[in-house]
Ligand binder design. Structure first.
Ligand SMILES: Nc1nc2c(ncn2[C@@H]2O[C@H](COP(=O)(O)OP(=O)(O)OP(=O)(O)O)[C@@H](O)[C@H]2O)c(=O)[nH]1
Ligand SMILES: [Mg+2]
Length: 508
């Protein structure tokens, strides 16, 4: 196996981050120099945020003998002491000096940098602005009185806003978000506890027509999450949905004006053309089945549920998947901050004719509009019962999983080419030292060319990726982070089942 760029101290590679709650800290060599600068720096102490109680699950133990605990020598971060504005662009990430993506050994330095204001993420809202108090949740859910507890899956097409919505409901950034489709690759469970309910929210990869092994694994995870939950919330991108419905109407009007019969038509070109052609294939099924020889074959196929063609073909595909697994489903029509309500009428009407559909709630994960109603609607499906998780628990995923995802997110945000789809990230080291967390993430790519793009000229690209990821990590962990990122080549990992399993994308 090609391990290009693998640093020598990787030989004690820890096991892959566990999916279960409370994964153990990996055994590693201490990569940090010993010293006393961090403890002595009052700026760092003042700037450090108090540790947040969440995420409780999976958080590595605070200290381990010889690893920053009381018995250990005091550790010092490898960055030079600088003011916030003078910080190195990579924030301590080592790639800048090494175009092969390999980290130099951390150098001794006097003190950690002071904390900076949380970064602004133009692609997502401030999730922390959300909380759900009794006053927020005044409407009562349908059904019996009492505390409710249950599980909900957020499913939908790629890019519908499932992860943004998950984060917004939780009031914390757990899932990574980007404007590009297929950002989420595996299911992530976040726990939302309100004064009257506890909801396990499962964010899933977008359901789409998957071709590669990786995409099949992603869709497989999403489909699996449709089972054994109390309700599935179909998240629809209202912009895409409204555009599709309007285009269907427009083409119908053209057909009628030309003296023809209105048929099932959608846009013939553009990004939705592929979905469209798939749907056209489906539409021709009844006619084909009329042929005697094909009748038996038709019977063997799963029942094709008729749905209004004002619904986007991609949404129809998801609805059929949902109906294959459950009859308890409802809709969050997301992104209403950028669509006029009148443009959604056709979509709402089309949805209302779908079998077993529950409430359709227009929401905006950006502005939080409609989220109160969404929670109330979800609660209507949950059984009355006691909490299944501690009230301060946020997720069953360990921090080491979340931090690797933050690096992948930056790859999605900062690299325009196809590279992000060939990138997988793994945390190899996660250790909490006295003054900071030392995190080492490996970025796997499939080809040397991808590595070159990722690393950039003299490591400048990777420097930016690592800096942005580190700032996010500091926000998530509530303390300073020393981040190292290494790039390795893992040929064709996205087509290899063993690698997909190892990276956690394929769950048997
Ligand atoms: N205007 C607007 N944009 C939104 C809203 N919710 C999400 N977005 C944007 O939509 C894009 C996709 O959001 P994600 O949350 O990553 O979508 P997703 O459904 O999780 O996508 P995949 O993980 O690829 O399946 C991002 O650019 C978000 O900022 C919203 O309510 N309003
Ligand atoms: Mg997502």
């Amino acid at each position: 196996m090609n391990r290009g760029g693998r640093p020598p101290f990787d030989s004690q590679r820890p096991p892959r981050p566990k999916r279960e709650k409370g994964s153990t800290r990996s055994k590693i060599r201490d990569p940090l120099p010993k010293g006393d600068g961090a403890a002595a720096d009052p700026r760092a102490a003042a700037a450090r945020k108090p540790a947040r109680p969440r995420p409780a699950a999976g958080q590595p133990p605070a200290a381990e003998p010889g690893r920053g605990g009381p018995a250990a020598p005091q550790s010092r971060p490898p960055q030079a002491p600088r003011s916030a504005d003078q910080r190195p662009a990579n924030g301590g990430a080592p790639q800048a000096s090494d175009p092969r993506g390999r980290a130099p050994a951390p150098k001794a330095a006097a003190a950690p940098p002071v904390a900076v204001a949380p970064p602004q993420h133009p692609h997502e809202p401030d999730y922390h602005a959300t909380s759900w108090s009794d006053e927020d949740l005044q409407d009562q859910p349908v059904g019996p009185e009492g505390f409710r507890c249950g599980a909900v899956t957020l499913a939908g097409q790629p890019n519908a806003g499932k992860s943004t919505l998950t984060n917004r409901l939780l009031g914390e950034k757990l899932s990574i978000v980007s404007p590009r489709p297929q950002t989420t690759r595996d299911n992530l469970r976040g726990i939302l506890t309100t004064p009257r309910s506890q909801i396990a929210l499962i964010d899933t990869p977008g359901i789409h027509k998957a071709r590669s092994q990786l995409n099949r694994a992603m869709v497989g995870q999403a489909v699996e999450a449709l089972e054994s939950v109390d309700v599935v919330v179909l998240v629809i991108d209202a912009v895409k949905a409204a555009r599709w419905a309007a285009e269907v109407d427009r083409q119908r009007a053209l057909q009628i004006a030309a003296g023809g019969q209105p048929g099932s038509l959608g846009p013939a070109t553009g990004p939705e053309a592929e979905e469209d052609s798939e749907d056209a294939e489906e539409s021709s099924e009844p006619a084909a089945a009329a042929a005697e020889g094909q009748a038996a074959e038709k019977k063997a196929k799963p029942k094709r549920i008729p749905l209004d063609d004002h619904l986007h073909p991609g949404d129809r595909r998801v609805i059929r998947q949902i109906l294959d697994h459950t009859t308890k489903w409802m809709v969050a029509l997301n992104k209403i901050d950028v669509v006029k309500p009148r443009h959604l009428l056709a979509v709402m009407q089309a949805l209302n004719s779908a079998p077993h559909i529950g409430p359709v709630v227009p929401v905006s994960a950006w502005t939080a509009d409609g989220l109160r109603q969404l929670i109330t609607a979800i609660e209507g499906y949950l059984p009355v019962g006691e909490m299944a998780f501690a009230p301060d628990e946020l997720t069953d995923r360990p921090l080491r999983y979340l931090v690797a995802e933050l690096v992948r997110e930056q790859v999605f945000l900062q690299i325009r080419e196809e590279v992000p789809y060939g990138v997988a990230c793994e945390t190899e080291v996660y250790e909490e030292l006295e003054d900071l967390s030392h995190i080492q993430v490996v970025v796997h790519v499939e080809r040397p060319a991808q590595r070159a793009i990722l690393v950039g000229k003299a490591g400048s690209r990777m420097k930016q990726i690592a800096t942005a990821a580190r700032l996010q990590m500091e926000q998530l962990c509530g303390r300073k982070v020393f981040l190292e990122v290494h790039v390795r080549i893992e040929p064709s990992w996205s087509e290899r089942l063993d690698k997909l399993r190892e990276f956690g994308y394929l769950v048997d």
